[in-house]
Write a protein that binds this ligand. Structure first.
Ligand code: MN
Length: 442
C-alpha cells in the first residue's frame, strides 16, 4: 500500500515529533497501516529524553518529498539471462510486445540491455557477410542459437535507481535516445524499466503535515507532493494545495492536544506510550501550562493522558526541561534545536527558543551565543535574529537579539541594553514574540 508520511516542522520540537507518532498510531488503530511517522531533522535532547523514557523509536528521518523513480508506475518486462539465445530473446520481445529487455546475471543484476534492433542488425550483418552466395540452412539455425550476450556486446548502459529523483532522470532521458532504461534496486538487481512515457504521469508522495502550515518550515520538495491533511495550532500561513484537503486548525496549546481530541472523537484510547508522548508534547509546548497559548482544554487533556500513561506531569516536565541543561552543551546545539525562520512584512528573521530551568546559567555564555548569532545572521541574510531563553521557574523569557534595538523596544515596550532584555510572563514565540513584530512591521 502507498506510504503516507505524517511529518512535523523542520528542527522538530517535542510536539512535532510526538504528534507525528501519535497521529500515525491513531491511523493504525483505524486500520490504515500505511501512515508512517516522519521527521525533518534531528531529535532534540528534550525530545530524545522523552522518547527514551517511553522506549519509543524516533520517527523516520526524511530529507525531502521530491518524486523518485520508486513513485512511478514503471514497466516490469521479463529479464533475460546472459546465456539465452537470440531466438529466445526475439520471441520474448515479440510475445511481450516490447522493443527492449534487460539482460541479467544469475542473481538478477544488470549486465546489459538487448533491443529488437540489436538482434535485427546482428542477423542482417551476419547474412550480409555471405554476400550473394546461397545460404545453407544450417547456418541460419546456428545464427539463431547465438547467445544474446554476444549480440549486445559490452555497450554502456544508462540505468536508474529506485531512489533517483525524477527531475534528474528527466534531464538524462531528454538528452539520450533510448526507448527504455533499466531500473535497479540498491543491490543492482533489475526491478523494471522506464521510458519517456512514464515521466508524464506519476504518483506524488503523500503527506500529512502536523504542527505547522508554513512553507519555510516544511519539507523540501513539498510542491511535488500531495498534502492530504494539515493538523496544526499555528497561525494560518502560506501553504497552498491543489485541491480541497482536511485542514484542522485549533487555537490550542499544542498539536498533541488536537491529536488527543481526535482519538477521543474516534472513541479510541491511545496506548500508554502514545498517551505519555502526547502528554509530554502538551507540557513542552505550553511550558508546563505557563505559556499564554495554554487553554483549559490543554490542561484537561494532558491530565487525562497522564492518567492513561500512569505518569505524573511534573515528572515528564523534569525529564524534558532538565535535559536542556544549558551549562555544558555546545552553543550551536542549544541554539538550533528549536530554531524557526519567519518572513514578516518583507523582514527575514530567525527565532530560536531554549526552554530551561535557569536562564542565568545560559546567559553566562552570552558571548558565545552572540558570536554564533552574528555568523548565522550574516550567513542566512537575516534582518533580525533572536534567541529566547524561556525560564520555567522565573516565568519569563530572557532575549538575546541582533538587529535594530528600537524594534525590540517598541515591539515589547522595554528598554533593551547590550543586545539583551528580560520579558516577564513571555513564554511563547508564537503568541508573544512573533505577533508583536508583525504588528510593528505590518
Ligand atoms: Mn506545536
Amino acid at each position: 500500500m502507498e506510504k503516507i508520511y505524517v511529518v512535523g516542522h523542520q528542527n522538530p520540537d517535542t510536539d512535532s515529533i510526538c504528534s507525528a507518532i501519535g497521529y500515525a498510531a491513531l491511523r493504525h488503530s483505524l486500520g490504515n497501516e500505511n501512515y508512517i511517522a516522519a521527521r525533518l531533522g534531528n531529535v532534540s535532547d528534550e525530545t530524545g529524553a522523552i522518547l527514551e523514557y517511553f522506549d519509543v523509536k524516533a520517527p523516520k528521518l526524511i530529507t525531502n518529498l521530491r518524486t523518485q523513480v520508486s513513485d512511478i508506475e514503471f514497466d516490469t518486462p521479463p529479464t533475460l539471462e546472459m546465456n539465452v539465445t537470440i531466438k529466445k530473446a526475439w520471441e520474448t520481445l515479440k510475445d511481450n510486445k516490447i522493443s527492449a529487455a534487460p539482460i541479467v546475471d544469475a542473481e538478477g543484476k544488470l549486465v546489459s540491455m538487448i533491443t529488437s534492433g540489436d538482434i535485427a542488425s546482428y542477423v542482417m550483418t551476419s547474412l550480409y557477410d555471405f554476400g550473394e552466395k546461397v545460404i545453407p540452412t544450417f547456418d541460419i539455425t546456428e545464427l539463431f542459437e547465438v547467445s544474446i550476450y554476444k549480440v549486445c556486446g559490452e555497450k554502456e548502459i544508462q540505468y536508474f535507481h529506485l531512489d533517483d529523483y525524477i527531475d534528474d532522470v528527466k534531464e538524462v532521458i531528454l538528452k539520450s535516445r533510448y526507448r527504455s532504461y533499466p531500473v535497479l534496486d540498491e543491490e543492482r538487481v533489475v526491478v523494471g524499466t522506464i521510458g519517456r512515457f512514464h515521466l508524464i504521469r506519476h504518483n506524488k508522495k503523500k503527506v500529512v503535515l502536523v504542527d505547522h502550515n508554513e512553507l519555510a518550515q516544511s519539507v523540501p520538495g513539498l510542491s511535488q507532493a500531495e498534502i492530504l491533511e494539515i493538523i496544526d495550532h499555528h497561525r494560518l500561513a502560506d501553504i497552498q494545495t491543489f485541491g480541497p484537503i482536511f485542514f484542522r486548525n485549533e487555537p490550542l496549546g499544542s498539536t498533541a492536544t488536537i491529536i488527543a481530541k481526535m482519538y477521543d472523537e474516534q472513541e479510541i484510547i491511545p496506548d500508554k506510550k502514545i498517551a505519555g508522548l502526547l502528554a509530554a508534547a502538551i507540557i513542552s509546548d505550553t511550558v508546563m501550562f505557563k505559556s499564554p497559548t495554554c487553554t483549559p482544554t490543554d490542561v484537561k487533556i494532558a491530565k487525562n493522558l497522564a492518567k492513561i500513561a500512569d505518569v505524573s506531569l511534573d515528572h515528564l516536565g523534569e525529564i524534558m526541561f532538565s535535559s536542556s541543561a544549558v551549562a555544558e552543551k555546545p552553543v550551536k546545539k542549544l541554539m538550533y534545536s528549536d530554531f524557526k525562520e519567519f518572513l514578516i512584512a518583507g523582514y527575514k528573521l530567525g527565532i530560536g527558543q531554549i526552554t530551561c530551568l535557569n536562564s542565568d546559567v545560559a546567559l553566562k555564555r552570552k558571548d558565545e551565543f552572540m558570536k554564533e548569532m552574528e555568523s548565522k545572521k550574516n550567513e542566512a541574510g537575516y534582518d533580525f535574529i533572536i534567541i529566547m531563553f524561556t525560564d520555567v521557574l522565573k516565568e519569563g523569557t530572557h532575549l538575546l537579539f541582533l538587529g535594530d534595538v528600537e524594534t525590540i523596544n517598541q515591539a515589547y515596550d522595554v528598554i533593551a541594553k547590550d543586545n539583551e532584555v528580560f520579558l516577564p510572563e513571555v513564554m511563547s514565540r508564537k503568541k508573544q514574540i512573533v505577533p508583536r513584530l508583525s504588528e510593528l512591521w505590518g
